[in-house]
Write a protein that binds this ligand. Structure first.
Ligand code: MN
Length: 237
């Protein structure tokens, strides 16, 4: 396909138009009456991005967003809705589905799609335009208590993100009184290990390949220095 043309089209959309387009699936589901009772039959919807599709440039381009958010993230939402229809998971929140299906091979597809929806919702909020810099004092103190310094915390995050073999995620989590950095493979989420996610970096190739090709370490460095949303991390403690 002509990605340059697609990119130009997406860049020309206003944020509202872009979000409206992305939310199209949910609107269609609602219009066809699939949601007969929203409280009993929860249909998962693609979240709205908290910024315009080109707001993370040049680190993450609108082209990457168009595929990563518009195709991959959307596909996880669509697949999840198809997989849970008519099952015991149909009325559950995303968190409950993840906990209920974790480690159960017979529910692996539902787990993978539910966790990928959750992880991507969390990833987009873990980033912001003009991010990076220093966290507010209370989070910074917790980081210093757990890692020694903010730089050591960022190094641990970078190390986890670059050393995750294959697809996965690097996380800053809260585990009891301490903060930790962990990495997970594929769709896995630290919440299933009783840790509380504070922020995450997606290291699946689809997160960076259009902008950085094989240079995962450069993507990770730029995300940590320029996009990481410490306010969001602090809000999750
Ligand atoms: Mn992803």
């Amino acid at each position: 396909m002509n990605t340059t043309h697609e990119e130009a089209k997406i860049k020309s959309l206003t944020r509202r138009q872009f979000l409206g387009r992305a939310a199209g699936t949910a609107a269609v589901i609602a219009a066809t009456g699939f949601i007969s009772n929203a409280q009993e039959t929860q249909v998962h919807v693609l979240m709205e991005l908290p910024y315009a599709s080109n707001a993370l440039e040049p680190v993450i381009t609108a082209n990457t967003i168009s595929f990563h958010y518009g195709r991959h993230h959307k596909a996880y939402v669509d697949n999840l809705n198809k997989l849970i229809a008519g099952t015991q998971f149909a009325g559950m929140s995303l968190d409950k589905i993840i906990i209920a299906t974790s480690g159960k091979s017979e529910n692996a597809s539902i787990f993978n799609n539910a966790a990928q929806v959750w992880n991507h919702n969390f990833y987009w909020k873990s980033l912001k335009p003009q991010g990076g810099g220093e966290p507010a004092a209370s989070l910074k103190q917790k980081i210093e208590k757990s890692f020694g310094s903010l730089d050591k915390c960022k190094e641990a995050l970078s190390q986890a993100a670059t050393s995750q073999f294959g697809s996965g995620w690097a996380w800053l989590v809260s585990d009891g009184d301490l903060l930790k950095v962990v990495k997970t493979g594929n769709a896995e989420n630290p919440m299933t290990g009783n840790m509380k996610p504070l922020l995450t970096i997606d290291v699946w190739e689809h997160a960076y390949y259009l902008d950085y090709q094989n240079r995962r370490a450069d993507y990770v460095r730029d995300v940590i220095e320029k996009l990481i949303n410490w306010e969001f991390a602090a809000s999750n403690i």
